[in-house]
Ligand binder design. Structure first.
Ligand SMILES: [Zn+2]
Ligand SMILES: [Zn+2]
Length: 309
């Protein structure tokens, strides 16, 4: 499995309920519509990969396994609530009794999300949509005891710390001045190892994050030629500018998560020229620019190349 939360995958045999159906993090939360026909998100999306095994979060009975409008769906009825999983290719037949943690199928592609694949998990009582996480969050704390409760708290604190880091202002950054500041923003996560806000594990952060309001102008950090502009799941709208040889290194700057860019591959850009607007596309938890610098193809700390102030 490519992504993992530290503690949510699987459960000890003694645990009767409250297993996460998939090990990945929640990438889209529960946002029920105000009216039944309104727009909203009637469940949560959990990131995973195609073919990953999905397990029942709680004891129940399989009450549906098949296609709905061309999409594979599995429904598990637990007491008076029903969990719906899609797109999941069932490995169990209707009528099968399942325990928490029993495999019910495998994840398929098709639910729009910022990962390779996402499990859409809905929970209903009658016609009312409930937050599916209520099933696991309560169980984690209640059934797994102090350690799990501590882990939930630690995870929440780490999230808060990451959010605070993104929001807190820091002093001017010092550097060589080879590159101009690509945007006006507060410096959040720096270059180096950090606790990832979405994957909840320590990962290398190959650039710096500058946060500000959505739509804040992004500018080219130096004269150059646009070598890439496109969308990908992790970086969202991504721009790469080649700056040629600078201080003996072939220099490139990379801009991620924008709302969009106004330049195209092959365009010549000048230092400080408007190239796009700050956004939160791809794996991002709020509007910010992820800015990377590559020297001779290797990521380097951007702060060493930026102007101070
Ligand atoms: Zn969804
Ligand atoms: Zn970043």
């Amino acid at each position: 499995m490519a992504v993992a939360c530290a503690f949510v995958a699987g459960a000890s045999p003694a645990v009767a309920a409250g297993v996460w159906p998939l090990g990945g993090p929640v990438v889209t939360g529960f946002d029920p519509p105000d009216v039944r026909w309104g727009a909203g998100h009637r469940g949560v999306d959990v990131a995973g990969s195609v073919g990953e095994v999905v397990v029942s979060p709680s004891d129940g009975v399989v009450t549906f396994a098949g296609d709905v409008a061309g999409r594979p769906v599995v429904v598990i009825t637990h007491d008076d609530r029903r969990s719906t999983f899609e797109p999941v290719v069932a490995s169990v037949a209707v009528g099968t009794a399942v325990r928490a943690g029993d495999p019910i199928g495998t994840l398929a592609a098709g639910h729009a999300c910022p990962a390779e694949a996402c499990l859409h998990w809905g929970l209903r009582r009658g016609e009312t949509y409930l937050d599916p996480l209520s099933l696991v969050a309560a169980a984690e704390v209640r059934l797994l005891g102090e350690d799990a409760a501590g882990a939930v708290t630690r995870r929440a604190r780490a999230r808060e710390a990451e959010a605070a880091a993104l929001a807190s202002a820091v002093g001017p950054v010092a550097g060589s001045g080879v590159l101009a500041q690509p945007t006006a923003g507060r410096l959040g996560s720096r270059f180096g190892m950090r606790f990832h806000p979405i994957f909840h594990e320590w990962r290398m952060h190959n650039g710096v994050d500058l946060s500000n309001s959505c739509g804040t102008p992004l500018v080219a950090a130096a004269d150059g030629v646009v070598s890439h502009m496109g969308f990908d799941a992790s970086g969202g709208w991504r721009l790469v500018i080649d700056h040629g040889g600078v201080n003996g290194a072939a220099l490139q700057t990379v801009y991620l998560h924008a709302q969009g860019y106004r330049v195209r591959p092959g365009d010549r850009v000048g230092r400080g020229q408007l190239v796009g607007s700050m956004g939160s596309t791809g794996w991002s938890t709020g509007c910010h620019l992820h800015f990377s610098v590559k020297a001779n193809g290797r990521h380097v700390d951007p702060l060493g190349w930026l102007a101070g102030g």
